[in-house]
Design a protein around this ligand. Structure first.
Ligand code: PMP
Length: 390
């Protein structure tokens, strides 16, 4: 049953079991690492550490092999429908990955008069690279029109009906996000392909979904997917860009000539293995349930406002799911003060602005973000403390 599964899983995170007085509720910023990932890092560094593709001795060969194996693991983990045709390019994280797609692919691909669609209320990392690409093209005399991705005001996901109307024969590219980093909402990316048609390139920011729920290239029908290893239980500096044999020019990133982050890539392979065994569907059920409990509890407290509050109840599929992220504010207590109060009770939460792109919420707030290792007890204790402040 899910409770037993969770207890066994939580026991595998030394930093969690080593600090029973604390509750880590900031996994959207970065996630904790299971013992299997710590072991893989130690194992790599104590048995095979070498540079990749540079030597004929066993450590160098093992390192090169490890990188290729991790590439295959990324493909499998993302349910790649055509592993022979896709590219997996390692980057430091989502920020660098999206920038690489913008500068090493999009700028080469666009022509005068083309249009792209940008999600202005998503994370800044999924807004600025596209605008900078357009600005750099404009300096060379290539004019590209930027359209704003339409959102549904009630549910906060993309308005694919309006998107369909906005797409023209000149639309070449659409940037989207799988799970929103402020509201935790599922953005319903699976509806985007039908709205834009078969020829538009779709790039997915999966920073908040890889490791939290099944992420299937087959199901989503996107062309690029970018994620951060450190949010998916691996080390910082270990993200990836997955690109299918894209429409138009192939994805040919620069910068694969230097030394890769071999240790990070080793940790990413181990993390994806671990996640596969833990089961992305079960992790999703667990964190969606925790977030629904927290949202429900908060919605009963008049002193708190939950951002995007219509995202709630996990069991009702007609309502948008909230994937393990709940952002809220207190009517009277400043959010930074609230963060200090919560830490005095052992809760580690995010309390400043949340890097939301240009169209976002500007007032400060508290963000609680959950991963598989978080427990119902932690959420209940948090609700007790918040009730005391209401
Ligand atoms: N996109 C989203 C949706 C995110 O939540 C984040 C991290 N907060 C990023 C991009 C940037 O990720 P990173 O800092 O790992 O580059």
């Amino acid at each position: 049953d899910l409770n037993d599964w969770h207890s066994a899983l939580r026991a595998q995170f030394p930093i969690i079991t080593g600090h029973p007085e604390l509750a880590y509720l900031d996994s959207a910023a970065t996630a904790q690492k299971p013992q299997a990932v710590l072991d893989a890092v130690r194992d790599y560094l104590t048995t095979s550490n070498a540079n990749a593709g540079r030597g004929t001795y066993p450590w160098a060969n093992r390192t090169t092999g490890l990188i290729e194996e991790t590439r295959e693991r990324v493909r499998t983990f993302l349910d790649d429908p055509d592993p022979a045709g896709s590219t997996v390019h390692f980057v430091s994280g989502t920020t660098e990955g999206l920038r690489t797609v913008a500068l090493d692919w999009l700028t080469r691909e666009l022509s005068d008069g083309d249009e792209i669609v940008v999600p202005f209320a998503d994370h800044e990392a999924n807004v600025s690279p596209w605008l900078e690409a357009v600005e750099s093209l404009a300096r060379e005399g290539t004019r590209v029109t930027v359209r704003e991705m339409p959102y549904q005001s009630s549910s906060g996901d993309y308005d694919t009906e309006k998107l369909r109307e906005l797409v023209s024969p000149r639309t070449r590219f659409v940037a989207v996000t799988h799970v929103h980093h402020v509201y935790g909402g599922d953005m319903n990316v699976h509806r985007v392909r039908r709205a834009v048609g078969p020829d538009v390139v779709i790039c997915l920011d999966a920073a908040q979904s890889v490791g939290h729920l099944p992420v299937s290239m087959r199901a989503l029908d996107v062309d690029f997917t970018v994620f951060s290893g450190h949010k998916a239980l691996a080390l910082p500096g270990s993200g990836a860009v997955w690109a299918r044999g894209v429409r138009g020019a192939p994805f040919a990133p620069r910068g694969w000539s230097g030394t890769p982050n071999t240790v990070g890539i080793a940790s990413l392979g181990a993390a994806l293995d671990w996640l596969e065994r833990a089961g992305p569907e079960r992790i999703e059920r667990w964190t969606v349930d925790l977030a629904a409990r927290l949202t429900d509890g908060l919605s009963r407290l008049a002193a708190f406002e939950v951002l995007g509050c219509q995202l709630s109840l996990a069991e009702d599929s007609s309502v948008q799911r909230r994937h393990g992220i709940v952002t809220f504010r207190h009517r009277d207590i400043d959010s930074v003060d609230l963060g200090f109060i919560l830490f005095s009770h052992g809760f580690m939460v995010r309390t400043d602005g949340l890097c939301q792109g240009r169209a976002g919420e500007k007032r400060s707030s508290v963000r609680v973000s959950l991963h598989a290792y978080n427990s119902r007890q932690e959420v209940n204790r948090l609700l007790d403390v918040l009730t005391g402040l209401a």
